[in-house]
Write a protein that binds this ligand. Structure first.
Ligand SMILES: C[S@@+](CC[C@H](N)C(=O)[O-])C[C@H]1O[C@@H](n2cnc3c(N)ncnc32)[C@H](O)[C@@H]1O
Ligand SMILES: [Zn+2]
Length: 273
């Protein structure tokens, strides 16, 4: 992240501007802090990552997921690679290609936010389809996964350009109307309060911005062996309805579509009001 990107970040508690104090290397952020005078909180920046949440503000499920990912960041990718085909959800690459067209026309430079970017598995595709001059911002509560994202793609321009921030989806460190596209893949059903997260997405999305959500949902029209049903329940922390709060959404968004990608995932996409 560059010094020039800092004005895009605001305090996640009060959404006011922040004052930067710290070091940079030829404009690239190193260590320091972003201070909020109103909340009297300083958000630390370590090794180039702004950390825009406090551990005590994370709710129980989010904290458990953060600890899990920070303890075993390298397990995430192999788990997906093995689990998806085994569970009848197809290959990971096909899943990642499926949502690209839902992003809508990509004909001028834009600012895209990926919520829960993890180790950046979507970055290569995004970089391929977004026009030059676009900005990709990625947030995640797991600094372990963010660090892995940086090392996994080390040397690739798209990761050097990506703005990676440790932040909680329930309190985004951005002002209203900041993004032209918002993407989320795979975790919404396990976030502590999916309606609050969707509310935050709508707040930071510009009017008309396309929002794309790939969600875990077991296809009700397909017979599943008992072990697949059990694996799905385990994966979704035994949430029987891990999908989208569709009624909540349809009252607030425009042009809502919800399409099945495969037996395990749906892709919802809509425009922010
Ligand atoms: C299923 S993974 C998907 C990762 C990546 N987007 C991908 O497609 O491979 C969900 C991600 O959401 C992150 N996450 C979980 N709770 C979060 C929260 N409250 N705020 C932001 N990210 C969160 C996890 O750390 C994880 O990286
Ligand atoms: Zn504040």
């Amino acid at each position: 992240m560059q010094l020039a990107d800092l004005p895009t970040l605001v305090c996640p508690r009060c959404q006011e501007d922040l004052a930067w104090e710290g070091t940079n290397l030829e404009g690239i952020l190193q260590n320091g802090q972003l201070a909020c005078e109103i909340c009297d909180v300083s958000w630390k920046v370590e090794d180039g990552f702004p950390r825009m949440f406090l551990e005590e503000d994370l709710r129980s499920t989010d904290r458990r997921i953060r600890i899990l990912h920070d303890s075993l960041p390298r397990a995430h990718k192999p788990a997906l690679k093995v689990a998806l085909p085994l569970l009848g959800a197809g290959r990971e690459k096909a899943l990642r290609e499926a949502f690209l067209s839902a992003l809508g026309p990509l004909d001028s430079p834009m600012r895209l936010l990926e919520i829960g970017i993890g180790e950046g598995a979507n970055l290569p595709q995004l970089q391929r389809v977004l026009p030059e001059g676009s900005e990709i911002w990625g947030i995640d509560t797991s600094t372990g996964l963010l660090e892995l994202c940086r090392s996994r793609w080390a040397g690739a321009l798209f990761v050097e350009d990506a703005r990676l921030v440790a932040a909680d989806a329930h309190r985004l460190p951005f002002s209203d109307d900041t993004f032209d596209r918002i993407l989320h893949v795979g975790g919404l059903g396990r976030f502590d309060d999916s309606e609050q997260v969707l509310g935050e997405m709508l707040r930071v999305a510009r009017p008309g911005a396309r929002v794309v959500l790939v969600c875990k949902s077991l296809d009700p029209d397909h017979p599943h062996p008992v072990w697949v049903q059990s694996a799905f329940r385990l994966w979704t922390f035994y949430d029987p309805t891990p999908g989208l709060p569709t009624t909540w959404l349809s009252d607030r968004v425009e042009d809502l579509h919800n399409e099945r990608i495969n037996r395990f995932y749906t892709c919802a996409h809509f425009s922010a009001p």
